[in-house]
Design a protein around this ligand. Structure first.
Ligand code: HEM
Length: 179
């Protein structure tokens, strides 16, 4: 998603401050502000379920002046919030500062809704967020990711495959152990 190698360096520098070089734990999230912001920005821009899941109206309703009949299938377009120009300073760019205040502290944003909202919001959110944090930090504590030899950052095609779900296009990367 992000080709800026400096972001990887900044995350690794922050992770190196974890006491005694031990493996990162979920509780460390509270002071790993930049790392947390990067993960949120990945989820915002990766937007893996842009249309959430189909819902069916359980009753007739008028919403923002539009009549929607009972039984109508509706898709909540999460992209419209995750890339809303009135909510995000740089909606289409990878910009971790969306989740940082002026002191570099992590800030939650109301428009961060990759797990949707309401009664049918993803029930796996806590588990997913914990796993993403532990996988991401563990990988970056142990490896530095680079393009394969002879390929520059700019030549990497990270265009996602977009269908009902959005996934990364296949590409080769090198995982170089951090010593
Ligand atoms: C990055 C990881 C994940 C993302 C971005 C994600 C996102 C979503 C979204 C957008 C929905 C649709 C909500 C709606 O209809 O409004 C959903 C539904 C759901 N998710 Fe997740 N999810 C993730 C991981 C997980 C995990 C790890 C589990 C289970 C362990 C899970 C279980 C479910 C279930 C069961 C539903 C259907 C809920 C319902 O229809 O009431 N998800 N998820």
């Amino acid at each position: 998603m992000a080709k800026n190698p400096k972001i990887q360096e900044q995350v690794q520098e922050e992770l190196s401050k974890v006491k005694g070089g031990r493996q990162v734990q979920v509780e460390d999230r509270q002071y790993l502000h930049f790392t947390n912001a990067v993960i949120h920005e990945i989820q915002r821009l990766a937007n893996i379920l842009p249309m959430a899941l189909p819902h069916k109206m359980s009753q007739d309703i008028t919403f923002q002046g539009h009549f929607i009949k009972k039984g109508t299938t509706v898709y909540p377009l999460l992209t419209s919030v995750l890339c809303d120009e009135t909510e995000w300073e740089h909606p289409s760019s990878f910009y971790p500062a969306h989740f940082l205040d002026k002191d570099g502290k992590f800030v939650k944003r109301d428009a961060f809704l990759p797990f949707s909202a309401g009664r049918r919001q993803c029930p796996g959110e806590s588990l997913a967020r914990m796993e993403i944090f532990l996988f991401f930090t563990s990988l970056l504590q142990h490896f530095r990711f680079t393009p394969p030899p002879g390929v520059s950052e700019d030549e990497l095609d990270l265009t996602p495959i977009v269908s009902f779900a959005v996934s990364a296009s296949p590409h080769k990367l090198c995982a170089v152990p951090v010593v």
